[in-house]
Write a protein that binds this ligand. Structure first.
Ligand SMILES: [Zn+2]
Length: 258
């Protein structure tokens, strides 16, 4: 039986071949390695549309722990660079790049900004939003992290950012990670959601939470034929972390958008 994660096929236009002037010229062929078949190649462009690095999504073969197989992500070698001493280090500019950043910047600089920008968890949900909703969406590639530099890309945006949180708390993999003393993952992904909320608030952006009405994430929701309006509102209280001492809620604690 094919894995559910195999269902979504990346649209070719979101993963165009490298062009002249791109820093990253990686292709599925050049990035193929033993971790498993590449299902998606996500190119990251800077504000000028120059491709800086790529991330690949791989499907790992079924194992005892994950009988249906599992997904994993890798960065291409352009993500890091050599510093003056010749050590490979993460380029801070690459760390803060958002997926579809060149489109995001165009939208924010436009005379008529979009009323809503969706901030999704992962490139797959972001692309599903572009394809199926024709709305602006972006995501960080850092998973749980969202740097202040990432938030800076939204500066000047007068509309509303909706953070669409995954319903990870319904997935066995995440329940196991939550219950494991060693991994101590947050639950249900709330620390990451709050980090984004806090970083965006800090630069004066209006921000609220949503979640899928069907399935675990925005992609499931849209593939099930649900609309933007059918996304479920999630209040700040519902996204409370079980532990995250560094989140300063300020005066906005507990306030949702209805
Ligand atoms: Zn590359």
């Amino acid at each position: 039986m094919p894995s559910k994660s195999n269902k979504y096929v990346q649209r070719a236009k979101y993963s165009p071949p490298p062009k002249k002037g791109d820093v990253c010229d990686c292709t599925r062929q050049s990035l193929a390695h033993s971790v498993g078949e590449i299902t998606h190649l996500y190119p990251y462009f800077d504000e000028n549309g120059i491709r800086q690095f790529s991330r690949t999504r791989h499907l790992m073969p079924p194992s005892e722990k994950y009988p249906k197989g599992d997904k994993t992500f890798r960065y291409c070698h352009h993500y890091r660079k050599d510093d003056e001493q010749g050590f490979r280090v993460t380029d801070p500019k690459n760390e803060s790049l958002l997926y579809g950043q060149h489109k995001l910047i165009d939208a924010i600089l436009a005379a008529e900004q979009p009323k809503v920008i969706l901030l999704t968890e992962g490139e797959g949900c972001c692309e599903a939003c572009w394809a199926l909703l024709d709305m602006h969406a972006t995501t960080t590639h850092l998973g749980k992290r969202f740097t202040e530099a990432s938030a800076e890309h939204f500066r000047g945006y007068k509309g509303t950012v909706l953070i669409v949180v995954d319903k990870d708390h319904e997935e066995q993999k995440h329940i196991d990670a939550f219950n494991d003393e060693k991994t101590k993952e947050d639950y249900p992904g709330s620390a990451a959601a709050l980090r984004k909320w806090k970083a965006l608030k800090k630069i004066g952006v209006r921000v609220f939470f949503r979640e899928a009405a069907v399935g675990k994430d925005l992609r499931d929701h849209l593939e099930a034929g649900k609309t933007f309006a059918q996304l479920k509102k999630v209040t700040l209280d519902e996204v409370q972390p079980l532990w995250l001492a560094d989140v300063d809620f300020g005066h906005a604690r507990g306030r949702g958008d209805g």
